[in-house]
Write a protein that binds this ligand. Structure first.
Ligand SMILES: [Zn+2]
Length: 392
């Protein structure tokens, strides 16, 4: 067997599996069409729709993938928040998208920890408040609940585990991609084949007919800022928060309370101020930023793709996909590689990523960029026309 054959056998869309991939693509496209025509006219529609997906996630005997359910829940929430009257296709550069990711994550996190038997709300001894918070920060006292983040984590298991966050992230990413690509295309989760170790988080290709252009995406989605939830106490706070009467709240009530408590437009404004490190707001809400220095959090929770391990993995995937692209005769000019994240990394990691995606790689056989597209919502870069076209 030649070397070329061995490389192509690792291909996540190899000819051997094309039929199966097309089948998964067709199913995803049908769902997409249904979502496009779906009407979410009021809060009751939203609550009922999202509730059924979240309940299924917790159901042990479900016959649908968890990531698919997170995707449908996220897509419904986006339809509601961005208004039924706005045109169906969203612009990738829409300033509401990075805050939107965090808004949905916040709702998912609270719902998840309320339904996790081993977690209970955090308690701030200084102001006697019960809270659902995911960093060691009391938004009422504006200080740490425990002396360190480590101690907080040992005491309260509120933040979902990494694999759960990963599934939520894939669902949200797919929802945003399907609403920003043009109608001819569809974004779906890359299937896992037992004998292919090289997995793809999300694949984008034509929704009907032949697969002409294929974008293989490595998605790293991790929230940047969250919305705290206060149990019981009536409060007046100058940052967005949700107040609930009891920690034993039905999921429908939680969704309703959450959406009605935090105006999405207000949250977008606050989000951008915090993200751009507005000094006044930082003093009041620094601890709501993930990955901030102690005592509130640690660097493992850095937002988007800013965690060293995540960036390393994404770059390794780009190299592996590019190798397949180089060897593949069938999709020679149409196999693209992309990184998706909810925020572009700040400082040195952002500079490094820029250096990598602006470099052309030249081999004896071809010349192309290692990364065809960097879609990080706060910054989006297309290195190849074929990919830009998908989003037009
Ligand atoms: Zn407090």
């Amino acid at each position: 067997m030649s070397n070329r054959c061995r490389v192509l056998e690792l291909c996540p869309i190899s000819c051997k599996y094309e039929e199966k991939i097309r089948h998964i693509r067709d199913y995803a496209y049908d769902i997409d069409i249904r979502f496009r025509s779906m009407k979410i006219s009021d809060i009751n529609d939203l609550v009922n729709e999202v509730c059924q997906y979240l309940v299924q996630i917790l159901n042990k005997r479900r016959n649908i993938k968890i990531t698919e359910l997170y995707y449908r829940a996220a897509r419904t929430i986006i339809k509601y928040l961005l208004g039924e009257n706005s045109k169906n296709k969203l612009e990738l550069n829409d300033k509401r998208l990075p805050p939107l990711v965090d808004y949905i994550f916040s709702l998912f996190y609270v719902w998840y920890s309320m339904n996790n038997l081993s977690s209970k709300p955090a308690y701030c001894p200084r102001c006697n408040t019960k809270l659902y918070v995911f960093t060691n920060f009391c938004p009422v006292c504006k200080s740490g609940i425990k002396t360190s983040y480590k101690e907080f984590r040992q005491c309260y298991k509120l933040k979902p585990e990494e694999d759960v966050i990963g599934r939520m992230g894939i669902g949200i990413a797919r929802a945003i991609l399907n609403m920003t690509i043009n109608d001819y295309y569809v974004a779906f989760e890359g299937p896992k084949f037992r004998d292919i170790p090289l997995e793809t988080d999300i694949i984008i290709t034509e929704g009907k007919s032949d697969m002409q252009n294929i974008l293989l995406i490595e998605a790293k989605v991790h929230p940047a800022i969250y919305i705290p939830v206060v149990v019981g106490k009536k409060l007046d706070m100058d940052i967005p928060f949700v107040r609930i009467e009891s920690e034993r709240l039905h999921v429908k009530e939680l969704i309703r309370h959450f959406i009605l408590s935090v105006g999405f437009d207000d949250f977008c404004e606050i989000w951008w101020k915090l993200w751009s490190e507005d000094k006044n707001l930082l003093k009041r809400a620094e601890g709501l930023l993930y990955g901030s220095r102690g005592p509130y959090d640690d660097t493992k929770n850095k937002p988007g793709i800013a965690r060293t391990d995540d960036l390393k993995k994404a770059l390794a995937q780009m190299i592996m996909y590019s190798t397949i692209r180089l060897e593949c005769k069938k999709y020679e000019h149409k196999l693209f590689t992309g990184i998706f994240s909810n925020v572009y990394p700040k400082e040195k990691w952002g500079d490094l990523l820029k250096l990598i995606y602006t470099t052309e790689y030249v081999t004896n056989a071809a010349k192309f960029p290692l990364i065809s597209a960097v879609i990080c919502l706060t910054t989006n870069e297309f290195r190849e026309e074929g990919v830009r076209h998908i989003f037009e």
